[in-house]
Every structure is written in structure tokens, then in C-alpha cells.
Design a protein around this ligand. Structure first.
Ligand code: WQD
Length: 339
């Protein structure tokens, strides 16, 4: 299949490119490199030993999209391109609505003009908001607590209405839990531009000596060790979920959400210990106050993805920590050194 991947040079996008190419798909990336570097594609090409098309451009730009649709004629699109920082979304709400909503609209308009009917969307478990029960299944009420989360939910709704409006259309909405880990080669991984917002990249930077200690955001939650519990999912498992979702989209019409998690959750201290084991280094920690907006626990019921797409996670906590360490130790400055 010919697959257009928007935001393909990003953390999850880049791992997905490799899985798509390994399955024999013909792939073209659209990225504006607002939070990525073209060096990523050089590494994907080296790792896959395959051909990969790429266009530099913005997903909101209709003429770029029309040209791409005409030249590449994708059978399906995987839509990653978007802004993703929860804290930043409160400070720059219009930027988030613009990129995440106008970007999705521009993409769907171009797909409609070109008769491209299938899309896989990078959504987030953050659409559920405060848990009414756990694990979250896909019928859990949605009530996102951030601007970022609202943009993901609105985009899901737009995709659902788009898919319903014309019979052959299909949209798969992948609600990711907490993606972590890296490619086993250590050549691809997460490369945050500033101080990492997320736990794993922060721990990894402490391990290589770029940061002194991990601030643990609260140890007074109602959880076994008092720290937050999350359903961490290895990025390679997540990448494979997109390949399964493409197959599913070919066989189905309408829109359908799927949780992509493992069904198991770990605390902040579990993650620290796993990383200490993988790296052989001590991770100093300091307990601080809770981070506003955090919930005590998240957990996925991923049984729908298993039953309907035949997908399930295969990588465990040790793989997540070991691959993150392989990436961080091999690339202490991320892609920065050679980009
Ligand atoms: C995990 C746990 C923190 C950093 C966010 C977004 C979500 C999704 C993934 C989207 C929590 C604790 C963290 C630190 C800590 N993003 N922590 N010290 O908040 O579950 O999810 O990223 O695309 O939408 O909200 O992930 O990795 O930030 O936090 O103690 O320096 O680690 O309190 O319990 P989160 P996270």
C-alpha cells in the first residue's frame, strides 16, 4: 500500500516508518521539522535499507497537500503531525487549535479532493480525562482536562463525521497511553528539544549526567508506593499498532477508537528501578509536590485492539528501559550532534 505519513520524522512517526517499510509498504513523509530533524529520515533509510519519500511542508498547506496527493497517490494516510505538549497548550491555545485542528481539516479536505478514503489518527488516552473507572475502555466518557487533550478529541470527532459522510471512508483513532522506549539499535529514539516534560526522557537524561536528579511529582497518591501509575507502552509495539490499524482501515468503514496500551501499569519508582537495572547507574530522586493536572493512575483495557485488529504489546518494562538506555547512551545529545 502507498502510505502518506504526516509528522513521520517525530518520535512515534519514525518508528512507524520502519515497521511500515518492513511490511513492504511504500512510504512518503510530510514533515515541517518544527519538532524534529531530517536526520531522522537518514537514519530510518540506513536502518531499513529501503526507499523512503519525503516532502518538507506544513500539514495546513493545501497546495503542498494537493501536490502530494497527485504525485504520490496514497491509498491511506497516517496522521501524526501536531503539537503535543500539555503545559504549552495552556499557554498557546490558538497554536494548538490551529495546528491540530486546522491541520486535520486541511488534510481531510485534500484527501477528499483526491479520493483517498483511509486514515489512521494519532490520538491520546488523555481524551478520557479523570477516570470514572479503570481500566479505561473505549466507551469510557471523554472529558479531556487540557487544551491539548481537547484538540485530540475534537479531531477525533471531525474524523468520525468525515468517515460517516461517504461510504468507503474509514478512520482508525489510536488512543495511545504512555509511549516510551526506542528502537533496539539505539539509533532512533525520543529527542525532546528542551527540558523533558515526560518521565522516561527525564530519567534517561539524569542517567547520562545531563540533569542532576529526577523530581518525583508527589508520593502521596492513593497508589501502592504513593507515586503515579501509568500504562507505559513500548514505541515499537505502538508503531506496529499503526500497521495493524492500516489493515483494519482497509477492511472497515466508519470511525473506530482503539486503546493502545499494555493493560499493566507501573509507578514512577518502578520506572526508576527498571532504568537503574538497565543502565547500571544510580538515578537520584527528589520528591516534590504534585504536578497540576496529573491523575493518580491510568490503565488501558486494550482488548478491543487485540480482538479486532489482532494487535497486542509484546515488549516488557525491561525492554522499555534497555532500549531507552541504548538510545540515550549512544546519542547523549539526541540527533543534535549530527543534524
Ligand atoms: C508520567 C508519570 C508524573 C515527569 C503525558 C500527557 C499525555 C501524553 C503522554 C501526549 C506521572 C511522573 C513525570 C517528572 C515525575 N502525551 N513524573 N517527574 O503525564 O502521564 O502523560 O504524556 O501526547 O497526554 O499528559 O506522562 O511522562 O509526563 O508522567 O514524577 O519529571 O511520571 O507525575 O505520574 P503523563 P509523564
Amino acid at each position: 500500500m502507498r502510505v502518506l505519513v504526516t509528522g513521520g520524522a517525530g518520535y512515534i512517526g519514525s518508528h512507524t516508518l520502519l515497521e511500515l517499510m518492513a511490511q513492504g509498504h511504500e512510504v512518503c513523509v510530510l514533515d515541517n521539522y518544527s519538532n524534529a530533524t531530517p536526520q531522522v529520515l537518514t537514519r530510518v533509510r540506513a536502518l531499513s535499507n529501503g526507499e523512503l519519500g519525503d516532502v518538507t511542508g506544513d500539514v495546513r498547506d493545501a497546495s503542498t497537500l494537493d501536490n502530494l496527493m497527485q504525485d504520490f497517490r496514497p491509498d491511506a494516510v497516517i496522521h501524526f503531525a501536531g503539537l503535543k505538549a500539555v503545559g504549552e497548550s495552556a499557554r498557546k491555545p490558538l497554536a494548538y487549535y490551529d495546528v491540530n485542528i486546522s491541520g486535520t481539516l486541511a488534510l481531510l479536505n485534500a484527501m477528499s479532493r483526491a479520493g483517498c478514503n483511509k486514515i489512521v489518527f494519532s490520538s491520546s488516552a488523555t481524551v478520557y480525562g479523570e477516570p470514572r473507572y479503570l481500566p479505561y475502555d473505549e466507551t469510557h466518557p471523554t472529558n479531556p482536562m487540557s487544551v491539548y487533550g481537547r484538540t485530540k478529541l475534537m479531531a477525533e470527532q471531525i474524523l468520525t463525521d468525515w468517515a460517516a459522510a461517504d461510504a468507503p471512508r474509514g478512520a482508525v483513532l489510536l488512543r495511545y497511553f504512555n509511549p516510551v522506549g526506542a528502537h533496539a539499535s539505539g539509533d532512533l529514539g525520543e529527542d525532546p528539544r528542551d527540558i523533558p516534560n515526560n518521565l522516561m526522557p527525564f530519567i534517561a537524561q539524569v542517567a547520562v549526567g545531563k540533569r542532576d536528579a529526577l523530581a518525583v511529582f508527589g508520593d502521596d497518591y492513593d497508589t501502592p508506593d504513593g507515586t503515579g501509575l501509568r500504562d507505559y507502552i513500548h514505541v515499537v509495539d505502538l508503531a506496529r499498532a499503526h500497521v495493524a490499524a492500516l489493515d483494519y482501515a482497509q477492511r472497515h468503514t466508519g470511525a473506530r477508537p482503539f486503546n493502545i496500551g499494555t493493560g499493566q501499569n507501573y509507578s514512577v519508582f518502578d520506572m526508576v528501578k527498571a532504568f537503574e537495572r538497565a543502565s547500571g547507574r544510580k538515578i537520584p530522586t527528589q520528591v516534590t509536590s504534585r504536578r497540576p493536572g496529573d491523575v493518580a493512575a491510568m490503565l488501558a483495557d486494550a482488548s478491543r485492539a487485540n480482538a479486532e485488529m489482532g494487535w497486542q504489546a509484546t515488549h516488557d518494562l525491561n525492554d522499555m528501559a534497555a532500549s531507552t538506555w541504548a538510545w540515550q547512551s549512544k546519542n547523549p545529545d539526541g540527533y543534535g550532534a549530527d543534524s
